[in-house]
Design a protein around this ligand. Sequence first.
Ligand SMILES: *[C@@H]1O[C@H](CO)[C@@H](O)[C@H](O)[C@H]1NC(C)=O
Ligand SMILES: *[C@@H]1O[C@H](CO)[C@@H](O)[C@H](O)[C@H]1NC(C)=O
Ligand SMILES: *[C@@H]1O[C@H](CO)[C@@H](O)[C@H](O)[C@H]1NC(C)=O
Length: 971
Amino acid sequence: MVSLVVVAVFLLWGTLFQSPQVAAFKPLFRDGSVTHREITQMAILRKTAEVCRDIATAQGRDFTLAINNKLTASAVQKACTTSPGSSSALSSLGFNLAITEIYLSNAAIDAVFALSAARHVDNEAFVEGRDLITRGMAAVKASVQQGSYISARITLGALCHTLQDFYSHSNWVELGSIAPFSTLIRPDLPLNNLADRSTPTCKNCIGKDCSDNILPEILLHKKLTSGYFDIIFSAKPAGKCSHGGFLDRTSYIDPIGGINKDDISSNHGFLHQRAADMAINATMEMLQDIRLATGNRDFLRLMGLSQTSVLAFVIDTTGSMSDDIEEAKRVSFSIIDSRRGTSEEPSEYILVPFNDPDFGPLTRTKDANIFKARINSLTASGGGDEPEMCLSGLLLALAGAPPSSDIFVFTDASAKDSKLKSTVQATIERTKSTVTFMLTNALSFRRRRDVSQSQKFKSRSITQSDIQLYRDLAHISGGQAIEVTRASLSQATAVITDASTSALVTVLYVERSPAIAEIFSFLLDPSLSNVTVYITGDSPVFTLYSPTGVSQSGSVADGPLGSILTVGNLRRVKLNSDNQTGEWRISINSTRFYSLKVTGQSSVNFLFNFVEQIEGGDLAPKANRPFIGRNATLFVSVTGGDSVTVTDVLLVEASGSGVVNGTIKAVGATDFLVNVDRIPEGAFVVQLKGLLNDSTQSLPGQFQRQSPTQQQGSRVTITAQPNSTIEPGMPFDLSFTLVSNATESNYTIRARTDRGFSVSFPSSLNIGTEGSAQGTVTLTAPSDTKSGTDVTLTIEAEDQGSGDSNYVALRFSVMTKVTDFSRPVCQVVSIKADCPVECSTASWELSANLTDGNGTGISSVSFNRGNGSLSLSFVISEDGTNVTVASYNASCCSQEVELVVVDRVGNVGTCFTSIKSPSVETTTVKPSTPSTITNKPSTITTVITTPNRGCFVSFSMFVLLCNLIFFFLCK
Ligand SMILES: *[C@@H]1O[C@H](CO)[C@@H](O)[C@H](O)[C@H]1NC(C)=O
Ligand SMILES: *[C@@H]1O[C@H](CO)[C@@H](O)[C@H](O)[C@H]1NC(C)=O
Ligand SMILES: *[C@@H]1O[C@H](CO)[C@@H](O)[C@H](O)[C@H]1NC(C)=O
């Protein structure tokens, strides 16, 4: 009877408030409660700020930002920026993008693994949960080492979910714990004191009151348990706690009720805030381990903080291209040399050569010299009579470049692989990268110029339909197809110099094909600088009007509004910097087609992602094209300000025929949920208008931004369960589902990876009367693939009748199973500190022995929190183990140091030493002192105070040094 009443209460509660939810902290949004998004974001902001603080301290700079839960991305970004000459706008897009990638991947776990006990640490799945966390951490470290930051973020987000859920789903908080459960990130420690399967853990709640439903003996003996959860069956082991909530059938039977702290209305909602705080601290502890393993610089890269612009070239290397290659070389060298050491220096370089039948390899580097060497080694040869592998090369660059990159393609020939068009389009949509084509044969073909070249390579030609393919791809991406003669290419490459600046934003992009005369208006705000207007088209004619009513015709090279460069089919207007703010207009026409693009530099930009409803009412990211004609939700984040008002979010049809206006709901100072009634039939762009409320912006005002890349809906959707890691040499089966509102359609299936890994898949699938179909893709990474390599698998489905298509792109990290879970050991051997009050006149020394037992071996040694110098030497101890001897020397003013030892798979060992105590004079530590081996980073302090003066190197150190000298003499 009692249970029936409770069931009824739960049912009513559930239907009325839609409140109890699947199985986690809420993934993205929940008024009054803390979500996975907020936990992840806060932990990242705080840890990133700490890293920047430590760097600043080591460099003797001030760091004034208070590190607390009020941090914003733009404040952290500003505090972390140290580049000299950073007068120009700071792009916080990279940082925001990285944080978003991580928390969306976290939120996606609720959509794709809703019922996995291990992913949510339900059903007392502690061993499995920890396994996911620690394997995930190893994969993140391996990915960072390979420079695969996006994969690293996806894996990081997923493991954060499990780590954070532990604090909501277990009784860790109820046990009165005051610190995170470090064992969850430590595969080398035993998981002790788990309540075994036969141990009862809960009693019935009293009505709706579950505040005291954990059994006293569980609390007394500090036994760890977590709630059982099932949405279909109510069975659970006798006496066990349930998760609780409307969907959880197990909570309807004895012991009734649950213990989750997912939100404030959960059974243990009164502990929600505490669990969320603990989850933030636990996430920071995990990030600290990753930071120590990767080093500060790579950690900041993982967080997207050091991303400025990317210089990305895809170059045809066939015989006729030598002048073009020379020009690519000239312009890239000039960009590199003029920006070195400034905030405008590109953060990454991408180069992909192609001809026929080859394309690649992809060069992706942060080192400008490597890029220079690669581009220097390109030579034009062969080919000459065949179309080239242009789109294959472009795909490689799109996959290798960070999202929102500007990619430039140099070619004078048709694409042999034009069948890849839809794949390229999907990749552009997904990466939001912009592609601009520099075509040097199109005009010579049409206008019969460039005689010498066309005689030398007579048979090379590029037809109108080929140019149209490039033009289409340029327009889809918000780029341009620039057609120039070889002789004038060097003028047109000004667009490359323009694009490779940091904080580039798009204010407006439109294309009209066929051309129609039209007047466009656009809003320039005070945060913009270096505003440039580009028009490409067949003999474009235009006039520009400023907010103050001044006009300038496109035929006037130097006028009151700006200077106009005319080359080939390109017109580029650099606006003068005065009187820019306000509404501008441009009237424009052309004989056949044109595109108009307005860009500038500003830290104010926006990110958007389609999200979809998941069971229980919350939202999770949508991995592919939204359904045409149906309503949809976008999650929009505005970057570069601490507070903004968004007044309009519009889906603007690329054809110019219509606009869908979104309904906006703020979900934070700079985050918004936007509902649209319908997804348009054709391609569309997202446009945003708003108001900067930020007092730190010198001049607040109205602004407008647009996504350069077009998006598209579809009538079919394709879903697959992602698995973030695969093993080299092991075939991996991935099943996927097609769902369409059209029945009896036949879909062509295509699957490929960006690394050319072997994939097998059904060539077509038929959607029957039920409107869905299933297929399987088998993916195999070659057995010699390096751990940490990332690979993107794209599965496309195209309706054979209508051509409508959708895709799903899944990223995998290739990981050899990690078997080394033991941490390197850092043992302080001696400290020699004889520090006077006037600290700057003396220095102190530390010596430590570093070993990795029978692990994979030490791969790096570094230090934190000090600004001394470190030298390493290598000896073999008496018992035959390899010992790395670290000698650290620092000024007496720098009194702390933490040595960080990382092995080849990223396990981290540390030892922290401080000579802060005023009585510290000279110390000698016996090498066997075990207290110096710290398992937990930065908690154990080795402060040894001995009163007797004197200064000596310990005997064992002496022996080590002798050994060392001997060792090197013998070599
Ligand atoms: C989280 O860490 C902060 C700072 O280290 C500490 O003040 C706070 O009490 C911790 N919160 C919990 C819930 O452990
Ligand atoms: C961009 O604008 C800034 C500030 O107005 C100026 O200092 C800088 O020289 C400009 N950069 C270019 C490439 O014109
Ligand atoms: C800029 O504004 C000033 C004052 O409003 C005006 O006199 C001047 O003509 C304007 N210049 C341009 C190029 O619009």
